[in-house]
Ligand binder design. Structure first.
Ligand code: ATP
Ligand code: MG
Length: 406
């Protein structure tokens, strides 16, 4: 193996086994799409995507048997997935032709030749196949030339109309690889957006593409480029500020220190800042109510919250405000105003602070006033308003006071 040697270890072992099994079963698998592109670029490739004109099910089953793994089949797409422990997932597909019956809908598929399978793909650089046995390339769309020229190019004029998710893919791939979108392709992309192509795909599919953009290392650049091409506007139905970029960078930085935060909520909130968007703009995102609320808080409430915090006279008041917001919003508050950081850190300590006092020690009737009194006491001890040994009598006093108000 030469080029294939550049796969990471476990992928290389898997490819060796595929070659052995293919030779035994007399079938001819091709490596296709992303991994070929990445190998030719000298980038790390991880996916193993194979296409065969014939015998894909034979290969999939024999391979699973050899690896002591299992096969899942997806008949509507003529594909198989082979999984085995300690091996990367292997996707095996029958070469196919596609036909788009209506723009934006999923295509009808039928078995085809390798060339058909390559020519149905999104961009020339993703339409190269490598014969696993001899590593020869099949490149009917001149993808290798575009790899050299560092260009993203569609294979025909109607590509973005047939499948508008390719609009997202073009922009994402260009940013990831540092490629340009070829001039004619960029013109077709613009025309597709202007003609409303994005409205023909379901919101769910478009959100999935947006989330993929947010997962990329270069997410801020990709999201800005999507905005530049008016893609976000089409998805959200509201205008997105042209100067979103700096806010997105802030989020990328924040995510590197706080990988526990919800990146989708953060980026969505940042995109919608100042747009006047409401939860209805999140249709198709699959966000739970809680996540939608967090995104909207980030989009709308940051300045208001900052003002309220600036006016808050004590830790207690500040903590009340902090309690009302999602952790993502808290992180942004800190990132936006480093001085706020100290207070938030204190708040995080406060969150964890436990009071060694239980409701039944207060000797008052049970009820909601007990929990309130304990919480008020926790605040008072934490902030130094009272000494720890005063906690019990303070809590009892408060409980009686609250009880009187119920
Ligand atoms: P990644 O590194 O992100 O996995 P990839 O190119 O492998 O990049 P996939 O989404 O895994 O992207 O798709 C695998 C291949 O399937 C692509 O290389 C491309 O040839 C083809 N493909 C994917 N999506 C489309 C699409 N919407 N239209 C046409 N071809 C597509
Ligand atoms: Mg892939």
């Amino acid at each position: 193996m030469t080029r294939l040697n550049e796969f990471p270890n476990s992928q290389r072992r898997a490819i060796e086994v595929v070659k052995e099994v293919a030779a035994e079963k007399e079938c001819r698998p091709f490596l296709v799409g992303g991994p070929v592109r990445d190998l030719l670029l000298g980038r790390n490739a991880f996916d193993i995507d194979l296409t065969l004109e014939e015998g894909s099910s034979t290969l999939a089953r024999a391979l699973a048997k050899r690896l002591d793994g299992r096969v899942r089949s997806f008949p509507q797409f003529l594909t198989y997935k082979v999984t085995a422990s300690e091996f990367p997932e292997i996707d095996i597909a029958t070469a196919r032709k596609e036909r788009y019956r209506a723009p934006g809908s999923l295509p009808a598929v039928a078995p085809g030749r390798l060339k058909d399978d390559l020519m149905r793909r999104d961009f020339s650089i993703n339409a190269i196949a490598m014969d696993l046995q001899d590593e020869s390339l099949h490149d009917p769309a001149d993808g290798a030339r575009d790899l050299k020229k560092r260009l993203i190019r569609v294979l025909h004029e109607k590509s973005f109309i047939d499948d508008p998710t390719r609009i997202f893919r073009a922009i994402r791939l260009a940013s990831r690889l540092g490629f340009s979108i070829q001039q004619e392709t960029a013109a077709l992309l613009r025309q597709a957006v202007t003609s409303g192509a994005l409205l023909t795909a379901s919101k769910e599919r478009l959100w999935r593409e947006l989330f993929l953009a947010m997962e990329e290392e270069e997410a801020p650049a990709i999201l800005s480029a999507l905005n530049h091409y008016h893609v976000l506007e089409a998805l959200f139905g509201v205008k997105i500020g042209r100067r979103i970029t700096s806010g997105l960078e802030l989020i990328r930085t924040e995510l590197t220190v706080r990988p526990d935060l919800d990146r989708y909520v953060l980026y969505t909130g940042a995109l919608l800042r100042g747009s006047g968007a409401s939860v209805s703009q999140l249709e198709g995102s699959g966000f739970s109510q809680k996540r939608a609320r967090a995104a909207m808080q980030i989009a709308h409430d940051l300045p208001r919250l900052q003002k309220a915090l600036a006016a808050a006279p004590s830790d207690r008041q500040r903590f009340r405000l902090y309690k009302s917001v999602a952790p993502e919003m808290l992180a942004l508050l800190m990132a936006d105003k480093p001085a706020e950081g100290e207070h938030v850190i204190r708040f995080e300590e406060f969150r964890k602070f436990k009071l060694a006092l239980r409701g039944n020690e207060l000797e008052v009737p049970a009820g909601p006033h007990v929990a309130r009194a304990l919480e008020r006491t926790r605040e008072a001890v934490f902030s130094g308003e009272i000494a720890p040994d005063q906690a019990r009598s303070f809590a009892r006093e408060m409980a009686i006071k609250y009880l009187g108000r119920e």
